[in-house]
Write a protein that binds this ligand. Structure first.
Ligand code: BG6
Length: 476
C-alpha cells in the first residue's frame, strides 16, 4: 500500500456539552457538564474535590449556551460537508434522551433532534460517529445514586443504549461507549459523576466506578450487535505514550507503570479480562472491586470492535523523585520533555509521538484503530472580515497527519479514520474557555459568552478540504 485506504474516514469531532448549548430546551435535564463553571474552581469541581450540583450565583457556565449548535446544526454540517467530511464525530446529551436518567420512557423531542441531525449528515454522505457518553451524566443520577459508583447505573445506561440503537438503526453504525474512559482516574466528576466525601478511599471509588463503566461498555457492545450486526462499537482512550525521562531502568519502569494506568481500561475492553498487574495493584492498595461472575463473562464475551483514542501529546515519566519539572497536558500534567515545543496552554507538540502511540496500541491489541481527537488549541485573531490565518494549526495538523501516514504506510497499522478535535470552535473541556480554539471554523463568541455566534471559515478550512479531497496526499 502506498496511499491512505480508499475508504479512510476523514472528519472532525465535537461533544454535545461543548457545542450544543440549549441546555434547558425541549425537555433536556441538567447534567454534570452543565454545572462546571469557568475559573479557578473548575479543576476542583471536575476532579470531584469541590461539590457543585447546580448553578451557583457569581459563576459563568459556558456549556449553557456554548456555540448553540442545537440551533445551528444545519449550517454547521453544511460547512463540514463543504470540507468534504466523510465522518462527523458527535456525542449524545444523555439528558436530552432521559432528562433525569432513570425514566422508563425517553423524551421524544431529544430523540427527534439527533434523528434530524443524523439525517442531515447522510444528506451529504457523512457517516456519523457517535459517542454515547462524552463526560456526560444526568445530575439526578449523581445526586440520587452517586453516579457510576452505583451499580444501578448499568440499568440506566443499558436503557439509554437500547433506545439509541433501536431508534438510530440504519442511521448510525459507529459507536463509542465512553469518551476517554481513563479520565475517571483524573477527572472523576466529569468522567463518572463522582464527588468524594471526606476521608473516603477515592481510589476504591474510582476503580469501582470504572468497573461499572467497563461492564456497561460490554453490555452496550452486546446489544449494539444484537440490534444491528452492522454496528461497530469502539472504546476511547486519552492516549499519548509515556517516554522514560532518561535511559535509567527506573525511568523506563516508571513510564511502563504510567502507561499501564491508562492501558488498563483498554486491556479490559479489547482483551476481555482484568490484567494481573491491576489485580496486584488493587491488592497492594487494599482496593476491593465488587464484581460478579456474570460481569466477568460479559467483559470476556463482548470486547470492542475497534479502539479509538485522542492524541494531543506524548508524556514523560521518571523514577527519580528529584525530577519535578512539569508541563500542562490533557487534564493531567506530565513531566516536561526538553526536546519538544509547547502550545500556548503548555501542551507539548510531538507528531512522531502519534506514530509511536499508534504502533504501541497496534502492537498491544491488533484491533483496528480510529484517531478521534487531535488538534491544536490556540488563540486565533480574526481580521476585520472575521478571517483567521491559522498557519500554526495547519502546521500542527500537517505534521500529525504525516506521522499517521507513516504509521499506516510504513509500519502497517490498521487505521479506520481521523477526526480532528473541535472542527468548529467550541468550549474547552479543561478550562471552559472559548478562546482556546481548535476549529477550521471560527465562531464569534468570547470567554464571557458575548458575540454574534456567526461562523467564519479559517485558512485551515480550505487546507483541510484539500487534504480530504486528495485523500491525504496533498498536505501542503
Ligand atoms: C479531550 C476531550 O480531553 O480533549 C475533549 O475528549 C476536550 O472533550 C479535548 O475538549 C481538548 O481539551 P481542552 O481542555 O483543550 O478542551
Amino acid at each position: 500500500m502506498t496511499r491512505f485506504p480508499k475508504n479512510f474516514l476523514w472528519g472532525g469531532a465535537t461533544a454535545a456539552n461543548q457545542c450544543e448549548g440549549a441546555y434547558n430546551v425541549d425537555g433536556r435535564g441538567l447534567a454534570n457538564v452543565d454545572v462546571v463553571p469557568v475559573g479557578e474552581e473548575r479543576l476542583a469541581i471536575i476532579t470531584g474535590q469541590r461539590k457543585m450540583v447546580d448553578f451557583e450565583e457569581g459563576y459563568f457556565y459556558p456549556a449553557k449556551d456554548s456555540i448553540d449548535m442545537y440551533h445551528h446544526y444545519k449550517e454547521d454540517i453544511a460547512l463540514f460537508a463543504e470540507m468534504g467530511f466523510k465522518t462527523y464525530r458527535l456525542s449524545i446529551a444523555w439528558t436530552r434522551i432521559f432528562p433525569k436518567g432513570d425514566e422508563v420512557e425517553p423524551n421524544e423531542k431529544g430523540l427527534e433532534f439527533y434523528e434530524k441531525l443524523f439525517k442531515e449528515c447522510h444528506k451529504y454522505g457523512i457517516e456519523p460517529l457517535v459517542t454515547i457518553t462524552h463526560f456526560d451524566c444526568p445530575m439526578h443520577l449523581i445526586e440520587e445514586y452517586g453516579g457510576w459508583r452505583n451499580r444501578k447505573m448499568l440499568v440506566f445506561y443499558e436503557r439509554l443504549c437500547r433506545t439509541l440503537f433501536a431508534r438510530y438503526k440504519g442511521l448510525v453504525r459507529y459507536w463509542l461507549t465512553f469518551n476517554e474512559i481513563n479520565m475517571i482516574l483524573h477527572a472523576p466528576f466529569m468522567g463518572a459523576g463522582l464527588y468524594f466525601e471526606e476521608g473516603e478511599n477515592q481510589e476504591q471509588v474510582k476503580y469501582q466506578a470504572a468497573h461499572h463503566e467497563l461492564v456497561a461498555s460490554a453490555i452496550a457492545t452486546k446489544i449494539a450487535h444484537e440490534i444491528d450486526p452492522e454496528n461497530k462499537v469502539g472504546c476511547m482512550l486519552a492516549a499519548g505514550q509515556y517516554y522514560p525521562n532518561t535511559s535509567h531502568p527506573r525511568d523506563y519502569w516508571a513510564a511502563l507503570q504510567e502507561d499501564r494506568e491508562n492501558y488498563f481500561f483498554i486491556d479490559v475492553q479489547a482483551r476481555g479480562t482484568y490484567p494481573n498487574y491491576a489485580k496486584k495493584k488493587w491488592e497492594r492498595l487494599g482496593i476491593d472491586v465488587k464484581m460478579t461472575d456474570e460481569d466477568l463473562d460479559l467483559l470476556r464475551a463482548y470486547t470492542v470492535d475497534f479502539i479509538s483514542f485522542s492524541y494531543y501529546s506524548s508524556r514523560v515519566a521518571s523514577g527519580d523523585p528529584e525530577v519535578q519539572e512539569k508541563t500542562e497536558g490533557n487534564i493531567f500534567a506530565s513531566l516536561k520533555n526538553p526536546y519538544l515545543e509547547s502550545s500556548e496552554w503548555g501542551w507539548q507538540i510531538d507528531p512522531l509521538g502519534l506514530r509511536i502511540t499508534l504502533n504501541a496500541i497496534w502492537d498491544r491489541y491488533q484491533k483496528p484503530m480510529f484517531i478521534v481527537e487531535n488538534g491544536l488549541g490556540a488563540i486565533d485573531k480574526p481580521d476585520e472580515t472575521g478571517h483567521v490565518a491559522d498557519d500554526y494549526r495547519i502546521d500542527y495538523l500537517r505534521k500529525h497527519i504525516a506521522a499517521m501516514k507513516d504509521a499506516i504506510l510504513e509500519d502497517g497499522v490498521e487505521l479506520l479514520g481521523y477526526t480532528t478535535w473541535g472542527c468548529i470552535d467550541l468550549v474547552s473541556a479543561g478550562t471552559g474557555e472559548m478562546k482556546k480554539r481548535y476549529g477550521f471554523i471560527y465562531v464569534d463568541r468570547d470567554n464571557e459568552g458575548r458575540g454574534s455566534l456567526k461562523r467564519f471559515k479559517k485558512k485551515s478550512f480550505d487546507w483541510y478540504k484539500q487534504v480530504i479531497a486528495s485523500n491525504g496526499e496533498d498536505l501542503d
